[in-house]
Design a protein around this ligand. Structure first.
Ligand code: GLA
Length: 413
């Protein structure tokens, strides 16, 4: 289902459940990370792009302090809470954590003067490493912003707020990459993000290449997985080395300190992954990096392919966040590409998706190879799709251009 169809679903559901049309609809995209995994919370570099899948929220401001939500993709389940009472978790409805978490952040930040009604829908596969949760958090922030309830509305502030909601309310100690990519994405660009300064350098992808995503159908849960344990190991390594974050050390620094084997390998992944991410951005021509514009697409794709394969190996062997099915999927794609482009697991790990940079005229070959060669442990085919790099969160419709077809009636509160 396209994002336009998702929006129509959200708008229709809003009108049906709340018996009044929404005032508008906002969207926030998911993201795919091309390279730079588990580097964000080490103050390092990442290279994601926002994608053409996301979360849409149809919204109307209320006059009281109540928030009502309908989850279109969860059988129209509903949640409601009051902004004057402490915002607490509703454990029977885990989808509501992201919404309540954002509302709590906004109350804490002194932003919210009134409540709103929201109908939420999306088309990002959940638990796939494509940031469905960050997209939902950022969309909630945008919905409040659309209603004039969130100040200041800076994109970076919004991303930080969404990250805090995830850290504090949801309980995942994630970094800033997903929320920042969702808030700040640019059409046809990947974003080199310095996760310490939060400076963003947009880079253009090779024109003859496509971004292919293959979902292994192995689902993961960030909180349940070992994500927080990996973060802890990195903090231990940084502390042992006397720095605030692993961004500040090199491989020779690491070799000089006597870390145990496991902590050494965790740190090695982060240090080498930072190097690979910066190298990838240089190949793509990030400004000030000695741009490689003169090189043709094929040689750039070859160089990027090597970095992506190395990144996957490092996640598999040093950081130990891949699973055999994902290794197999990445292997099938890399073998088919034969060096022109490359594939690696993307996202937090323990399942989810492989991302590949593929020469557009090789897409059919790659699709055929995956369809022939890959089955998930449960016997499923991979879910394969091509995505485009898109702009970050924004307003899809305001009252004046609301699509027709919604069973809109006169406002009723
Ligand atoms: C998840 C987190 C991000 C990042 C990635 C791994 O997506 O939300 O902050 O750490 O994992 O790169």
């Amino acid at each position: 289902m396209s994002l336009t169809q998702v929006a129509q679903r959200a708008i229709d559901a809003f009108a049906m459940v709340f018996e009044t049309p929404p005032q508008g609809a906002v969207q926030a995209p998911g993201r795919v990370n091309l390279i730079g995994e588990h580097t964000d919370y080490n103050d390092g570099w990442v290279l994601p792009c926002a994608i053409d899948r996301g979360t849409v929220i149809a919204v109307r401001k209320r006059t009281d302090r109540r928030v009502r939500v309908v989850a279109v993709d969860y059988g129209l389940e509903q949640d409601a809470f009051d902004l004057d009472a402490p915002v607490v978790r509703q454990d029977s409805q885990p989808w509501s954590h992201y919404i309540r978490g954002m509302a709590q952040q906004m109350v804490l930040g002194g932003h919210v003067v009134s409540g709103l009604d929201m109908a939420v829908s999306g088309n990002i596969p959940r638990g796939a490493g494509l940031s469905s949760s960050a997209s939902l958090e950022v969309a909630v922030g945008k919905a409040f912003q659309f209603c004039g309830l969130l100040h200041p509305p800076g994109k970076t502030d919004l991303a930080r707020m969404a990250q805090r909601a995830e850290n504090v309310f949801v309980g995942c100690q994630c970094g800033i990459m997903d929320q920042l990519a969702s808030a700040c994405g640019q059409r046809n660009r990947a974003l080199l993000i310095d996760c310490r300064s939060l400076e963003i350098t947009p880079v253009e992808l090779p024109r003859s290449a496509s971004i292919l995503i293959a979902h292994s159908m192995v689902h993961r849960g960030l909180v349940d997985s070992q994500y927080n344990a990996r973060r802890k190991a990195c903090e231990v390594a940084a502390k042992e080395m006397g720095v605030s974050a692993l961004r500040d050390v090199t491989m020779s620094d690491l070799r000089r300190v006597g870390l145990d084997d496991l902590t050494f390998r965790r740190a090695r992944h982060v240090i080498t992954e930072n190097d690979r991410t910066l190298a990838a951005a240089r190949i793509l021509g990030a400004s000030g990096s000695g741009a490689a514009h003169a090189e043709d697409d094929e040689s750039r794709l070859r160089a990027l392919g090597i970095l992506m394969q190395q990144s996957h190996a490092s996640m598999r062997d040093d950081f130990e966040i891949t699973v055999p099915a994902i290794d197999e999927l990445a292997h099938i794609v890399n073998q088919t590409l034969d060096g022109v482009g490359g594939a690696r697991m993307t996202g937090g790990g323990f399942g989810g998706c492989v991302v590949a940079l593929v020469p557009t005229d090789s897409l059919d070959d790659v699709r055929a190879a995956i369809s022939r060669g890959y089955r998930s442990p449960a016997g499923e085919h991979a879910n394969v799709f091509v995505c485009s790099a898109e702009a970050g969160a924004g307003v899809l419709h305001s009252a004046s251009d609301m699509p027709s077809g919604s069973n809109a009636r006169s406002p009723k509160h």
